[in-house]
Design a protein around this ligand. Structure first.
Ligand SMILES: NC(=O)c1ccc[n+]([C@@H]2O[C@H](COP(=O)([O-])OP(=O)(O)OC[C@H]3O[C@@H](n4cnc5c(N)ncnc54)[C@H](O)[C@@H]3O)[C@@H](O)[C@H]2O)c1
Length: 276
């Protein structure tokens, strides 16, 4: 039976047809075809996996990082990708990244606020300088990203902001007080940004991803430093480490239209580490 007959007979609704066309289009063109995506901290680990997957699904990717060498090497591998050297603590650099993206690629659809670093230290051991460093990279960096991406996305007709927090924001982890505080700020900030964008009818979604341990250069360096009796190490041994691609698939979902009804949400990816 022809497609029109099936619609008129009630066998297929218009929504079914639109869905089938969308699935077909995505399978041919990619799930984020044509979207312009900025990924901070994109030279390594989770950010690099996001860049590879989203680029493979048709996105035009702008990688930013303080690590020029690795960032440029990855951008050269990915079709149409651009690398911009960028310290996420620097407000003027953020303005430059957004303006360059809009100018060169015609708009902005997705921002992944991923850049980060970890330093060990309890509340007694951590210096104010260390506390400020981690919070300026992760909490202030994410704030600046949202601040300058929102107007650019609103101009493009909407978008998706994906903030990378951590399960450390859900638990008490005594050994990483500054990291935990920064990731907690990202978690709370996400809801504020999501509400603001919805109230303004910007069609911008903002969600936060909270990963457990995944195998990246950051995790490897941290594991090498952790004392064997440390609780965090037990938890990693118990729940295992995910692969960067596991987080990238979640980022892809949030970047794509498949998640169009999701905003202000917290998506935990930790193989059950925090489920009880
Ligand atoms: N790997 C994990 O298990 C895990 C778990 C939870 C959350 N996270 C978070 O995921 C994100 C990525 O971590 P990763 O494991 O891929 O680490 P990674 O060290 O492999 O990559 C982090 C990247 O961020 C960049 N970066 C650091 N400071 C920066 C700055 N000031 N400006 C711009 N770029 C900067 C680094 O150069 C690096 O390329 C981080 O926010 C991290 O906290 C990771």
């Amino acid at each position: 039976m022809g497609i029109f007959k099936r619609i008129f007979s009630g066998e297929l609704t218009l929504a079914n047809v639109v869905y089938k066309i969308t699935v077909y289009r995505d399978s041919v063109m990619g799930r984020v075809a044509g979207k312009v995506v900025i990924i901070t901290g994109g030279a390594s680990g989770l950010g690099a996996a996001d860049a590879r997957l989203l680029s493979g699904e048709g996105a035009r990717v702008v990688l930013t990082d303080v690590d020029r060498e690795r960032g440029e090497a990855l951008a050269a591998e990915l079709e149409g990708a651009l690398f911009i050297e960028h310290d996420v603590r620097d407000e003027a650099a953020w303005q430059h990244v957004i303006a360059t993206t809009v100018e060169r690629l015609g708009g902005l659809d997705v921002l992944v606020n991923n850049a980060g670093l970890v330093k060990f230290g309890s509340v007694e051991e951590t210096t104010l300088e260390e506390y400020r460093l981690l919070n300026s990279v992760m909490s202030e960096g994410t704030f600046l990203g949202c601040k300058y991406a929102v107007p650019a996305m609103a101009q493009s007709g909407g978008g998706s902001i994906i903030n990378i927090s951590s399960v450390a924001a859900l638990k008490g982890v005594g050994a990483i007080v500054a990291y935990t505080a920064a990731k907690g700020a990202i978690r709370a900030m996400t809801r504020s940004v999501a509400v603001h964008c919805q109230e303004r009818k910007y069609n911008i979604r903002c969600n936060v991803v909270l990963p457990g341990a995944h195998d990246t250069p950051m995790t490897r360096a941290a594991l090498a430093e952790l004392p064997s009796e440390e609780e965090g190490l037990n938890q990693i041994q118990q729940h295992g480490q995910g692969r960067p691609e596991d987080v990238a698939r979640l980022v892809l979902f949030l970047a794509s239209e498949e998640s169009c009804h999701i905003t202000g949400s917290e998506l935990v990816i930790d193989n059950g580490e925090t489920m009880r």
